[in-house]
Design a protein around this ligand. Structure first.
Ligand SMILES: [Zn+2]
Length: 313
């Protein structure tokens, strides 16, 4: 009888608590790779792009992390000034190599890759926001396995965190499309690209949330990958507003990385993809419903954007 009462009490408690748990907001952290870029784009100078991205982050009171590819600009004083703007704004910095080489390339040795990381870290040393976080280029952890394991051992010895991505996006592909259109005509209409980007982010977000529930039985703290580019200089404000409107809650990448999932090391990392997809592959869950849209490099959006306007209506 006592046992029954306890069970009944637990059931009543669960009835109250479950809806509360169900309403816990999905947590998400913002990370941007490859910046700051000193390369020219239509519309905005490198300084204006950097400032626009920081303004969006500031407006939404988000702490983000910039994964710096030092050869894109930070190795020159004017580029390092853009990095400093991140530190001054209380943002976090991580390492994304000097020249963005592909660790899976047979021409690149483990030592060369590690040297790329160390040289970039020397450039960033002294920036208050700098963490000992490394983001693999192309999210490729190394092939063959000896390379992958060599990196894992080296990173552990040197105190590096693998700054995993769970919510991978193809913003870089939409950025290429955006820049190409604006190069052809700086006055071109870009509203359809803005909408495609927001739709893309939300589609990926929902799909990775579903994959997290499937693999972990819960909502992990998601780590979103976007890039330091013109697309985000123009539309990051809208993207952050969209996630908030959908009830998602931004947390610092430092807080997100405390989720135990980011301590895992999948046995078969899959090139160019999120930790969740690598885990799915390791578990033998290669293809599942919606899988293709997570690995299509934004083909779906580009194909729609490329159709003549009359056909998209
Ligand atoms: Zn990158």
């Amino acid at each position: 009888m006592i046992r029954f009462r306890m069970l009944a009490t637990a059931a009543v408690l669960a009835a109250f608590v479950s809806p509360l748990l169900a309403q816990a907001p999905q947590r998400i952290a913002l990370t941007l790779d490859d910046g700051p870029h000193l390369s020219a784009t239509p519309l905005l100078s490198p300084q204006a792009r950097n400032e626009a991205i920081l303004a969006a982050i500031r407006k939404h009171r988000v702490q983000a992390a910039l994964f710096v590819t030092c050869g894109n600009g930070a190795d020159r004083p004017e580029g390092l000034a853009l990095v400093k703007a991140w530190s001054d704004a209380g943002q976090l910095l991580g390492n994304h190599t000097m020249t963005h080489p592909d660790l899976n390339s047979p021409q690149l040795s483990l030592e060369q890759y590690q040297d790329e990381i160390q040289r970039c870290q020397q450039i960033l040393a002294g920036q208050p926001g700098l963490q000992r976080w490394f983001r693999f280029t192309f999210l490729r952890e190394g092939k063959p396995e000896a390379k992958r394991d060599g990196m894992r051992t080296w990173m552990k010895e040197q105190g590096w965190r693998n700054a995993y991505v769970s919510l991978d996006t193809s913003d870089w592909r939409l950025n290429e499309f955006l820049e190409a259109r604006l190069k052809a005509d700086p006055q071109a209409e870009v509203e359809d690209i803005r909408q495609a980007y927001l739709d893309h982010l939300w589609q990926r977000a929902q799909a990775y949330q579903a994959l997290s529930r499937r693999l972990q039985g819960r909502d992990i703290a998601q780590v979103l990958l976007a890039h330091h580019n013109l697309l985000n200089a123009l539309f990051l404000d809208d993207a952050l507003a969209m996630f908030k409107a959908k009830g998602w809650q931004f947390i610092s990448p430092a807080e997100a990385f405390e989720d135990p999932i980011y301590q895992l090391q999948p046995l078969s990392p899959v090139a160019g993809q999120s930790l969740l997809l690598s885990m799915a592959r390791s578990l033998g869950l290669g293809r599942f419903e919606g899988w293709a849209r997570l690995v299509d490099d934004g083909d779906y959006e580009i194909e729609r954007l490329s159709r003549p306007a009359a056909l998209t209506r």
